[in-house]
Design a protein around this ligand. Structure first.
Ligand code: A3P
Length: 342
């Protein structure tokens, strides 16, 4: 008998290169001070942080498992909300742990390895945890990627990488949840995020931001490719496609559908507990308590802004709304993702 077959490593069907100096200069001039050295994939032009280039093949070959739950989203679409909901559904017996441990430390945020990479030799709790979990591991091969691979499971994983940058076997292997939000509110939420986040350090105004968003120049863009790749596969039995706006309208009903998809036997009371646990008020209060004393990642308190639908109306001029509407028409034409804007 031969030894068990190791899956063969796939070659990347795309390359990763630096964005042009001209684009970088234009972004800087528009106020994107934290956007140096971005890379882009070719084809598709997905904008990512430079550390992605070295790890692209590892991401593409990352092995998912049948007992994984994988959360995918474009940034600012309700990822943290759904992370908390997924974690709560799987950990109903110990919800109080959420008061002590930040959500990204209760699941695996795969993108950390290029968004907030740890440097070899850092004397931090994260580095110590890595050394314990992966004694043979090398920081440059991705700390979170290796810790995730070393975990016995079941695992909850989240990433903003679009489907085509991930292992093509993902949907045939694991349960995948995709959360989408209307692009106008995503853009406004992303704008506030980039202003508050000291690494992204955006100093321009909303119209500059919206122009860059519509030109697909922001991290993890293009927005439409991201959503469309999941939308086109929405009838796959392992994909559960959700909308932020539906969660706002009826969190209980949406969580009930999610539990059914995950094959979790939850009572009505359980679903109420999950909805309550991940309500806006509870999540914001938890985050504010936990961010006390943490590094200055945000220059004003709070990752959470308002968590509402339709915020774009108060920040965009009528001309900009017009341009945005045309951009949506051009991109959603024939695909017709039923986004709701109010
Ligand atoms: P706003 O910036 O509009 O407030 P992500 O986690 O993908 O980055 O998305 C962040 C957005 O989701 C933020 O939107 C945040 O306030 C909102 N959000 C997070 N938890 C929420 C909740 N429980 N209810 C409503 N919105 C929530």
């Amino acid at each position: 008998m031969g030894s068990p077959q190791m899956p063969s490593r796939r070659f990347l069907p795309f390359t990763v290169e630096k964005v042009s100096d001209e684009e970088e200069e234009r972004l800087k001039a528009a106020g994107f001070l934290g956007y140096g050295d971005l890379v882009r994939t070719d084809p598709s032009s997905v904008r990512l942080r430079p550390g992605y280039a070295r790890l692209a093949e590892t991401y593409y070959n990352f092995e998912f498992r049948p007992d994984d739950t994988v959360l995918l989203s474009f940034p600012k679409s309700g990822t943290t909300w759904m992370s908390e909901a997924l974690w709560a559904m799987r950990n109903l017996g110990r919800l109080e742990e959420a008061d002590e441990v930040a959500i990204d430390d209760r699941l695996f945020f795969l993108d950390s390895d290029f968004l907030l990479p740890i440097t070899a030799g850092d004397d931090t709790p994260a580095m110590k945890k890595f050394a314990r979990a992966c004694p043979e591991g090398r920081v440059e091969d991705g700390v979170t990627l290796q810790m995730t691979a070393a975990h016995k499971g079941p695992r909850i994983l989240k990433t903003h990488l679009q489907l085509e940058l991930l292992n093509p076997d993902l949907l045939n292997t694991s349960k995948v949840v995709y959360i989408a939000r209307n692009p106008k509110d995503v853009c406004v939420s992303y704008f506030h995020h980039c202003r508050k986040n000291t690494r992204l350090n955006f100093k321009g105004d909303f119209s500059d931001f919206a122009e860059a968003f519509m030109a697909n120049q922001l991290l993890f863009e293009p927005f439409w490719d991201h959503v469309v790749q999941a939308w086109m596969r929405r009838s796959h039995e392992n994909l559960h496609f959700m909308f932020f706006e539906d969660m706002k309208r009826d969190a209980h009903g949406e969580l009930r559908k999610l539990a059914t998809f995950l094959e979790l036997d939850l009572s009505d009371e359980d679903v109420h507990r999950v909805a309550d646990h991940c309500s806006f008020g509870q999540m914001r209060a938890r985050e504010e308590r936990q961010s006390e004393g943490r590094g200055p990642l945000y220059n004003v308190p709070g990752f959470f802004h308002k968590g509402e639908i339709g915020g774009w109306k108060s920040v965009a001029s009528p001309e900009l709304i017009d341009r945005f509407d045309n951009w949506i028409l051009d991109n959603n034409c024939g695909i017709d993702i039923p986004f709701r804007y109010e």
